[in-house]
Design a protein around this ligand. Sequence first.
Ligand code: XIL
Length: 323
Amino acid sequence: ALKDSAKFPVGVALNVGNELGDLADIQESAALIHQQFNSIVAENGMKMRFLHPAINTYDFAAADALVSYARGHGMMMHGHTLIWHHDSQLPDWMKTYQGDWQAMLRDHVQQICRHFAGKLKSWDVVNEAIDNKLPDQYRATLFLDKLGPAYIEQAFIAAHEADPTAVLYYNDFGMEAKAEKLQFMLDMVDDFQRRQIPLHGIGFQMHVSIDSPNIAQIKSALQAVAARGLQVRISEMDVRLNQKQKAATLNPALAQQQKARYREIVSAYLQSVPPAQRGGITFWGLLDKDSWLVESKPYPDWPLLFDDQGQAKPAFWGVLEGL
Ligand code: XIL
């Protein structure tokens, strides 16, 4: 099993939470989850919209159920995510909020961190704050607009105050693909370290395709973060196969390429990140049919380790070989 081969957390994202369905929806896959993984992330259920639906209302019921499910099965949980600009995950009330933004965001971060203190080992504090098209600047979000880049460090400081033992991550995609984006993130890290802002790790989402970014880029990105003494997670891994070619089936050749790709990235992680800095690897879904990539694209894809029946794909064996 994956969790027995790895000496670090091996996780899966599960899409349960308020409005998203409940634990009954994962019963069918429960045996597979317990057998292979020792860590869980809520794919959506701990995002701003779901935990903080109205200005003075926090709704922890569904997230708490997931936390106790994880505990009951000896799995740890990583929190995702305290601050994320994405329109679909932002509470509607926040989009038109007119009050004191710094106080409001601080309260948001601290209410949530305090609630889960001692239950979640780590948090993605800020997600995707660096622009992807202009990767030498912060992303133009509601938060940047209201508070300038300071909202990022303020979130880390607030989270650390509320839960001093939580390991606090900055999480983003494409930092292994774009040199300028990587450099911008590293500059932020160096600045935070100089000023003792409590940032403890970097999450690389690792939504990749078969051939891009290349493995040398991935390794040097992981190494650059490891060299700064931070924790490193691969936080949302999947390997999409179907770009624009609109293949209708997962043929054996593609499945083997995917296996090799999973293996090379997992072993790059082991080669690049010293054991004490391995925050773990999380896969962004369990079965291919559950993948966000499948839901959001007009053509099929098979990005994950298990097929729709829960059978291990070559990709699964690639990860196991890489570990
Ligand atoms: C995605 C979920 O998988 C989808 O179900 C949802 O509709 C949108 O968000 N980067 C992230 C994740 O940090 O939170 C995103 O998850 C995928 C991209």
